[in-house]
Structures are given as C-alpha cells and as structure tokens.
Design a protein around this ligand. Structure first.
Ligand code: E4P
Length: 216
C-alpha cells in the first residue's frame, strides 16, 4: 500500500518526508498552474527528494504521441524516479507504448473505464490512474472502477499498478486499497486527516490527565 502526494508544492512535499510514509508524488498541469513555477524545475526539485525507486509523475500535454515523447525527454533525463504521465487517449497510449519500450515509467492518467485500463496495461503502463472523485461527480462509482480494474489485472497477472487518483476524502483511501489499488495519491490535506480520530484525541487527553495526576 503506497501513498503518493498529489501536489506540485516542493515545500509541502518536503514537510511530509520526515513521516517516512510518502512513497512518491503525482503532479498535473492544474497543480503546476497553482504553483506558477517552471514545471521542469519543480520536477527536478521533487525528484531530488526521493530515492531512485520512487515515482514522481510529470504530465506531458501535446497533440501527438511523438510530441509527447519529445516533451518527456527533459523530464526523464532528471532521474530514474521520474514517471511520464500521459492521457488515456489513442495518442497518449501510443506514447506510453514507445516510452515503456524504452524502459521509461509511464502513468496513464484520466482513466474512467475498465476498457481504458485494459488498453493502458497492454500499452505497457507502469501505473494506471482511475479518477475516483471525478467518476463520482458524474453519477457512477469511482471506487467500483478501482475494483473492476484491480480485479481484471489480478485475473490476468497484469503488472501495471492501480493508482487511485482524484481522492476526495479519507474513507475513500481505505476503500480504494481494500478494492485492490496499489497506490493512492492524495492531496496533502487529505493525507494529514488520515492521522485523526476523535477517540484517539479523547483517549490521549484522558491518559495525559491521569498521568499528570499520578505524578502529582
Ligand atoms: C492525479 O494524478 C490526478 O491528476 C489528480 O488526483 C486529479 O484530482 P482532481 O480530480 O481532484 O483534480
């Protein structure tokens, strides 16, 4: 069960590293826009924070597969933990095929159906990203999609990892892993909430009070 942070903020990622609980990062053009910095420099700084076997997704946006492959070069030259993120379109999957044949890690994003996930796996994707929250926004089940993809991959011994994305709350994290996701990528605010439970706070308060009373 791996946890990635879904953010382009180097400072936020750095502040979470001491937990030892973060296995990688996903970024996308919207998250990059929020930071307003040079994407290549942002990915370089994030990549430097992680070991070689981690994953830092950098999304490429272009019309054709070959343009996507070209755009990925500056990113893949930064380090072996950099994963190229491509959309689940015909062109994106062609880029995925070319990149994976050349031993680069690829995250196929914007996945909304089991059929798309099957194609992504056949194109050699390292990760496939079903968008749980955006599926739910459109009145069908995001977590069911995770389950359907994980089930078909398990039945056919597919090595592509299921990376549950667009997660909107803590409960979905548990469910996504239960349904077979290998990784959840989480906005930092949702990751931070995973620690919390009202009974932990209440129990700790009482233990602290009792300890203080015992010690006089
Ligand atoms: C991660 O890879 C995705 O880009 C991200 O989780 C999308 O989340 P959103 O639907 O909240 O924008």
């Amino acid at each position: 069960m791996k946890i990635f942070l879904d953010t382009s903020s180097v400072e936020v990622i750095r502040s979470h590293l001491s937990t030892g609980l973060i296995d990688g990062v996903t970024t996308n053009p919207s998250l990059m826009l929020k930071e307003g910095k040079d994407p290549l420099e942002v990915i370089r700084r994030i990549s430097d924070l992680f070991p070689d076997d981690a994953s830092v997704s950098a999304e490429v946006t272009a019309e054709t597969a070959h343009e996507m492959v070209e755009l990925s070069r500056p990113y893949t030259s930064l380090g072996s933990n950099v994963t190229v993120k491509v959309p689940c379109t015909r062109e994106g999957l062609e880029a995925c095929y070319i990149l994976s044949e050349n031993e680069f890690k690829v995250n196929v994003t914007l996945v909304f159906s089991q059929a798309q996930a099957i194609l992504a796996a056949k194109a050699g994707a390292t990760f496939v990203s079903p968008f749980v929250g955006r599926v739910d926004d459109n009145s069908f089940g995001g977590l069911c999609l995770v389950k359907d993809i994980a089930n078909v991959y398990a039945k056919h011994n597919v090595s592509t990892q299921v990376l549950a994305a667009s997660i909107r709350n803590v409960r979905e994290v548990g469910r996504a892993f239960e349904y077979g996701a290998n990784i959840c990528t989480l906005p930092p605010a949702i990751f931070d909430k995973m620690y919390n439970h009202i009974l932990t706070d209440d129990g700790l308060r009482r233990f602290n009070e009792d300890w203080a009373n015992l010690m006089g």
